[in-house]
Design a protein around this ligand. Sequence first.
Ligand code: OGA
Ligand code: MN
Length: 303
Amino acid sequence: MSSRPINVVPFHDDFAAEVGDIDLREPLSEDSLQIVRDAFARYAVLVFPAQELTVEQHLAFARNFGPLETTVARQMSGRKLRTREEIADIANLDAEGQIWKGESRTRLFQMGNRLWHTDSSFKHPSGYASMLYGRSVAPIGGHTQFADLRAAWDALPPAVKQRIDGLIGEHSLVYSRRRLGFTQFTDDEKIAFAPFARPLVRTIPESGRRNLYLASHIGRIQGMPDEQAEQLLRELIDHATQRQFLYTHRWRVGDLLMWDNRCTMHRGTEFDDLRWRRDLHRATTSDRPDAFGPLQVQAQFAA
Ligand code: OGA
Ligand code: MN
């Protein structure tokens, strides 16, 4: 363990910070954990550079922030896991560890990560903290971008705030994949990915800040015609992803990137995924289940 104090270096006043002089291989003391929690509540995206983590160490760190989720890949037919079910395999690799082929189903499905989204807004409970660890990174492209949905809320005109406060979005993986033209879900997958309803505006208890809760997983807004909902979502996502609200992470091997899914969106940027290996492991924890209640929607996913 380093004897230096943990060093928090912000990128912006209240959004995204690097955290140095901390070794995530070892269990953290209560004091160290409190520093991380405070930084997380303020900055919402944290970068821990130059870590060397086994899968077990990665998961042990993640467990400090709630119960671990299991990957949606378990529910995808024909998908073989490369690692434990608590790890979301964010890699352009097949089950044998080779770079995937252009026509691979997993590739089409994973392209959903290039759309602005937040993790597991379509699950119950929804996602809280994601911790993404860089094992191999592309030499060019393949960055991860984040949008601060608290600052985006603050900057909305009062009339828009008033109009959207109280609206309920319906989130499903089927909706985000449909945006990419991926519609070949099996019946079992459609059941597994039935939508959940969640408010478009929320408050984070630790900071007391209000924010938009947006994602490409939203396919409907309750009480609104679909075309009007789509228009509103597009406007809100365009607003929230203006450059003043963004942090772009350029990966180095050994980075552990941690974000709050309740108040940020993220997306992967383009890279030559048939050429370069990019191998990232994600652990995600669940939010408190009582946040919105289990408002599962019985949608039929009509074509
Ligand atoms: C994720 C994700 C984007 C990327 O890990 O949840 O969306 O940069 N990643 O690959
Ligand atoms: Mn994601």
